[in-house]
Design a protein around this ligand. Structure first.
Ligand code: F6P
Length: 364
């Protein structure tokens, strides 16, 4: 019996379960393969005792439309930065990657499939360079990976954000207000841009285009006649004014790898008031709602394609590669290419031209 270990790493994303199910179903066509899931990314392997789950067809039956991940995930720690508590109560990190690879050998694991975003694929690459047979599957609701046309989860997030804009329009129009919707997107404004176009917003603020608050106020004012009117602003959490930095908060979660962005919509409200904007305004921070719930059909299909391809790469022994969607094909790219460039909104793209063509202002 040969064994493949699956891990889901980083923030959860609608479609993760559909990937897991596809890996298991494709593997079971081969008869001599067993699929195991490591609980909470690689933590399940590093913990004592080890925590893995046998993923057979029964375990994955009907999970393709469930959000989250049945093997849990984490965006803390990892084999190269395992949190260790010091005697004085402070925390440092240890590199446990060699120990983990030895443990995987001892467990008879022939291959690993790591489903995760850019941070997770950096870990995949480092493990591959140490000799581990590993395949990556791209995952991000932010759509910020350039080595694939898109990832599962993104369309679901855009759908949820768009439905939120639709709801905000009716209340904004009824109250003659500015309503700000803050969506996820630390460094890339894809969710904000797509939801702004689909939802018919007037203003869209993204990290790629630092905004001039006076231009934002100008656009807002053009939407009001003697205090009657309304404006919808969709902003990515990482959007900020020219010369300003995004607000981050320090989390006291041990081993949290990223700085946590917070407070963009509140800051924008202060800036609007500071620039003389007198209209009533409210904010909605969509947060983790856009990452939860059932994946839309497109994401289930893509996730299924990714899962099947990942297992086929294992069969081919094509390790050190991340699955990639290059329309209409499902292909793969070496890890080094997969992590080299983030996918950001291109300022002169057709999508941006379409947005400007329907009068969406980016505050520039
Ligand atoms: O997956 C990336 C992301 O969605 C970012 O846009 C966001 O900043 C981050 O996850 C938040 O993750 P969490 O709060 O779960 O750590």
């Amino acid at each position: 019996m040969r064994r493949v270990l699956v891990a889901t790493a980083g923030g959860d994303c609608p479609g993760l379960n559909a990937v897991i199910r596809a890996i298991v179903k494709r593997a079971s066509q081969e008869k001599d393969w067993e699929v195991l899931g490591s609980i909470q990314a690689f933590n399940g392997i590093l913990w004592e005792p080890t925590e893995v789950k046998i993923l057979d067809e029964k375990a994955v039956a009907g999970i393709h439309f469930q959000g989250g991940t049945i093997i849990e995930t984490t965006n803390k720690g990892g084999p190269f930065a395992w949190p260790i508590k010091q005697k004085d109560g402070s925390w440092s990190t240890a590199d446990r990657s060699d120990e983990m690879i030895r443990k995987l050998m001892y467990m008879g694991i022939d291959a690993v499939i790591n489903i995760g975003g850019d941070g997770s694929q950096r870990i995949s690459n480092a493990l591959f360079e140490k000799g581990l047979n590993i395949i990556g599957v791209p995952k991000t609701i932010d759509n910020d990976l350039s080595a694939t046309d898109t990832t599962f989860g993104f369309q679901t997030a855009v759908q949820i954000a768009t439905e939120s804009v639709d709801k905000l329009v009716t209340t904004a129009a009824s109250h003659n207000r500015i309503l700000i919707l803050e969506v996820m997107g630390r460094d890339a404004g894809w969710i904000a841009l797509n939801a702004a176009i689909a939802g018919g917003a007037e203003i869209c603020l993204i990290p790629e285009i630092p905004y001039d608050i006076n231009k934002v106020v100008e656009k807002v004012n053009s939407r009001f006649t003697r205090n009657r009117g309304f404006t919808i602003i969709v902003m990515a959490e990482g959007a900020h004014a020219i010369g300003d930095n995004t607000s981050t908060i320090q989390l006291d979660e041990i081993g949290y790898a990223n700085s946590k962005i917070s407070g963009g919509a509140s800051r924008l409200m202060r800036e609007l008031k500071g620039a003389g904007c007198k209209h009533d305004m409210r904010k909605t921070v969509l947060g983790h709602i856009q990452r939860g719930g059932v994946p839309v059909a497109f994401d289930r299909v893509l996730a299924t394609q990714f899962g099947v391809k990942a297992f086929e790469l294992v069969l081919e022994g094509k390790f050190g590669e991340m699955v990639s969607y290059r329309h209409p094909n499902i292909t793969s790219v070496p890890f080094a290419e997969a992590i080299s460039e983030p996918n950001k909104v291109t300022i002169n793209s057709d999508l941006m031209k379409s947005a400007r063509g329907v009068d969406i202002s980016f505050g520039d």
